[in-house]
Design a protein around this ligand. Structure first.
Ligand SMILES: NC(=O)c1ccc[n+]([C@@H]2O[C@H](COP(=O)([O-])OP(=O)(O)OC[C@H]3O[C@@H](n4cnc5c(N)ncnc54)[C@H](O)[C@@H]3O)[C@@H](O)[C@H]2O)c1
Length: 253
C-alpha cells in the first residue's frame, strides 16, 4: 500500500484552530490525501485548499452534517469520484455542553449524542465495509479525558457519557474488524486550546485547570494531531482497541 493511493477522511476539520484541521495537515504531511467533512461547507473547502497548498497532496472539502445519514451518503459519494479509496477515518467532529445534570433536557442530551455518537456511527458505518474489503483501515475516535474522569474540565454528564460511548464503540469495533486488517483506536485529550468551548473557559478557571496539569500548560492541537497520525500509520497495525491519553498528565490512571 502506498499512502499516495489512499485517502484519510477527517470529520469536523473545518474549524480553523481545531484538532481536526491540525490533524488534516499532519496526515497530509505524512503523505495521506485528505477529505474534510464539516457542517460548515466554506470552512471544509478552506481547510482542503490549505491542506493541498501546504502539503502537495490531493484534498477535498465537503459540507456535511454527520448527524444526517443522507448528508453523509451524499458527501461520501463526492469523495468516491474525487479521491483514492479511504484508508483512514478520524471521527473528530464533536460538540460539548456544560449543562449540569439537574438542568439538562432530553433535547440537549440528544443533541450531544447526535454528533459525538450517532454522527460517528453514520460515517463509520459507511466507510468500514470498504476498508474491510480492501484489507486495510485505520479508524480513530476523538474521545476525551472527560469520559475517563467523569467530566470536570468543561463538559457535563451528557458530554462525558457520549465520549465514554465512543470508547465502547472503539473497543467492540476493534474486535470485529481486527481480522480484516482494520485497527480502531481512541485518543482521549485533556484541555486543548481550540474554540470548542466558545471562549467560555477563560480567566481564573483556566488558570486553576493549568495548575493541575503536570507539564504546566494546556494541550496544543499539534499534540493530538501527531498522536492520531501515528495511529494511522501502516506500521501501527498491532495497536488496536486502545485508548491513548494526551493530557499533559492531568489524569494519570
Ligand atoms: N478541545 C478540547 O479541549 C478537547 C478535549 C477532548 C476532546 N475533544 C474532542 O476533539 C474533537 C475536536 O474538538 P475541537 O476542540 O477541535 O472542536 P472545534 O469546535 O474546534 O471543532 C469541531 C468541528 O466539528 C464540526 N461539527 C460540529 N457538528 C458537526 C456536524 N453535525 N457535522 C459535521 N461537522 C460538525 C464543527 O463545524 C467544527 O469544525 C471533538 O470531538 C471534541 O469533543 C476536544
Amino acid at each position: 500500500m502506498s499512502l499516495t493511493e489512499k485517502t484519510a477522511v477527517v470529520t469536523g476539520a473545518g474549524s480553523k484552530r481545531g484538532i481536526g484541521r491540525a490533524t488534516a495537515h499532519t496526515l497530509a504531511a505524512a503523505g495521506w490525501n485528505v477529505a474534510v467533512l464539516d457542517l460548515d461547507e466554506a470552512s471544509a473547502k478552506d481547510a482542503a485548499s490549505e491542506v493541498e497548498e501546504r502539503n502537495g497532496v490531493q484534498a477535498v472539502g465537503v459540507g456535511c452534517d454527520i448527524t444526517d445519514e443522507a448528508s453523509v451518503q451524499n458527501a461520501l459519494a463526492v469523495l468516491d469520484s474525487a479521491l483514492p479509496p479511504v484508508g483512514a477515518l478520524v471521527n473528530n467532529a464533536g460538540i460539548t455542553s456544560p449543562v449540569p445534570f439537574l438542568e439538562v433536557t432530553g433535547e440537549e442530551w440528544d443533541r450531544i449524542f447526535a454528533v459525538n455518537v450517532r454522527g460517528a456511527f453514520n460515517v463509520t458505518r459507511r466507510l468500514a465495509p470498504g476498508m474491510a474489503q480492501r484489507g486495510f483501515g485505520r479508524i480513530v475516535f476523538l474521545s476525551s479525558v472527560s469520559a475517563e474522569r467523569g467530566g470536570g474540565v468543561f463538559g457535563g454528564v451528557a458530554y462525558s457519557a457520549a465520549k465514554a460511548a465512543e470508547l465502547g464503540f472503539t473497543r467492540a469495533l476493534a474486535r470485529e474488524l481486527g481480522p480484516a486488517g482494520v485497527t480502531v483506536n481512541a485518543v482521549a485529550p485533556g484541555l486543548i486550546d481550540t474554540d470548542i468551548t466558545g471562549g467560555a473557559l477563560e480567566g481564573e478557571r483556566k488558570t486553576q485547570l493549568v495548575a493541575g496539569i503536570p507539564v504546566g500548560r494546556n494541550g496544543r492541537v499539534a499534540d493530538v494531531a501527531d498522536l492520531i497520525t501515528y495511529l494511522c500509520r501502516e506500521e501501527s497495525g498491532y495497536i488496536t482497541g486502545a485508548t491513548y491519553d494526551v493530557n499533559g498528565g492531568s489524569h494519570i490512571h
